[in-house]
Design a protein around this ligand. Sequence first.
Ligand SMILES: CC(=O)SCCNC(=O)CCNC(=O)[C@H](O)C(C)(C)COP(=O)(O)OP(=O)(O)OC[C@H]1O[C@@H](n2cnc3c(N)ncnc32)[C@H](O)[C@@H]1OP(=O)(O)O
Ligand SMILES: CC(C)C(=O)C(=O)O
Ligand SMILES: [Mg+2]
Length: 519
Amino acid sequence: MSTIIQPEKTIKIFDTTLRDGEQSPGCSMTLKEKIDMARQLEKMKVDIIEAGFAIASPGDFESVQTIAKELKETSVASLARALEKDIDTAWEAVKYAKRPRIHTFIATSDIHMQYKLKMDPEAVLERAVAMVKYAKRYCEDIEFSAEDATRSNPEFLHRIFEAVIKAGATTLNVPDTVGYTTPMEYSSLISGIREKVDGIHKVDISVHCHNDLGLAVANSLAAVKAGATQVECTVNGIGERAGNAALEEIAMGLATRYDYYGIKTGIDTTQIARSSKLLTAITGVSVQPNKAIVGANAFAHESGIHQHGMLANASTYEIMTPESVGLRTNAMVLGKHSGRHAFEDRLKTLGYELSKEEINRAFDDFKMLADKKKTVDDRDIEALLQDDVMNLEEHNKYKLQRFIINSGNTITSTATIALEIEGKVFEEVSAGDGPVDASYKAVEKMIKTGATLEDYKIQSITEAEDAQGEAVVKLKKGSRAVTGRGLSTDIIEASILAYLNAAQKLESISDEPPIRVIS
Ligand SMILES: CC(=O)SCCNC(=O)CCNC(=O)[C@H](O)C(C)(C)COP(=O)(O)OP(=O)(O)OC[C@H]1O[C@@H](n2cnc3c(N)ncnc32)[C@H](O)[C@@H]1OP(=O)(O)O
Ligand SMILES: CC(C)C(=O)C(=O)O
Ligand SMILES: [Mg+2]
């Protein structure tokens, strides 16, 4: 008995980052930026790039045409209203592409036909057919979109789709223009269209979803399950109003749940992170940290129980690997919800080998610090360990008595600092590049560490007007490096305290081998 091998089902990914995506307020791109983005989309292996709306402006025309000339493999489409002049212009722009496509559209819902187009349904149908035929004189690959399809009368939709297939359309797009539909409703709309058109010609059924109710990806995936063969989407989900379906979520949804959908895309998912970052760099619009797939927290774990599971086996809390979307690694973020397993793991990564007792002490200090700070980074842990191991409270040699700062944008900053050192009070004045530099120079005149300032960071660790500022400095002398911390509601005071804290540590380890050298 011979086995029949079923061909693998694949769907096309139609990227509209450069057209619908660019319709997001604040996401306009220059010609060069669009070309860079288009190259990256080709690298990610999207099937079709909608490079713009050629008639919209000379700049849009130039970018569609340049992208059509530049790309090697990918189909390049331009949007066009159902107007001859739009189609002529779209063709002039895409005709250089290896695989050109004209994408023409007209609205089919009563609301749009009556109030916007001021056309009756029969006139819309006639126009759609005439314009598909018109476009077909130029180009084999014609996509027709029934704008606002999900609020259109389904019978009218079926009629117009049948008519445009006969006129030569090769892809029928069913846009949820205003993000109105639901997964189940959209699914039955798509399977209804699929049944009707399958008897006529083989065409792609495309879906194009907006995110007004946060359902763009859910609706697109439901439609794919119901027989759609093309999904229109954008990188990071940018697009008109609340955006379009996010490409990365569609691609990873299908890849991760292949067991459920049984459908592949041609997307090289390892290019996802890069595409997302490139778009962010170009538009200056960042994705929110909890954004699926590409948000900063998408592969980050903060709570102890999760971190413990992750350390045992990443599949406990990750349904896809960071590598599969092109990230190097996941992140264990230490914060107030973290547990001992993750803390000990971080100590090992940082190169510390501590006794059980030292770890316990450090863990208690870490939990106290984590209560005050949003996240605890490696420098915090190092500072905390150095405090703990050297028991600095007992060696509190340098005490800040008072400080006076004179600073402004038209004068040189000066600092007067008084320190109490082993019971005696010293005072020095110094000028510097800003109040912190002036303070450090004044302090250095008194305590003479001879160290270099390797790093300096100031951040708020509590909120509101009385926020605590935390300064962290790293001082280096020879092969020894230490981190000092200072806390105050005054950021200059926090900075001076951090310097003194680091100086004390440096002094207390100067005759001993370093705990750990930070290069
Ligand atoms: C759902 C979507 O995303 S559709 C795409 C939306 N994107 C854009 O609109 C961005 C690019 N747009 C533009 O640059 C301009 O709107 C242009 C160049 C296309 C047209 O500009 P203008 O001629 O000044 O017209 P305007 O934008 O004010 O109005 C739209 C006109 O197109 C008509 N129209 C709208 N859709 C269609 C269509 N699919 N087919 C035919 N005519 C249409 C409207 O009825 C209106 O016609 P009117 O001028 O005779 O009243
Ligand atoms: C032009 C069409 C496809 C569109 O963007 C929409 O309906 O949202
Ligand atoms: Mg749209």
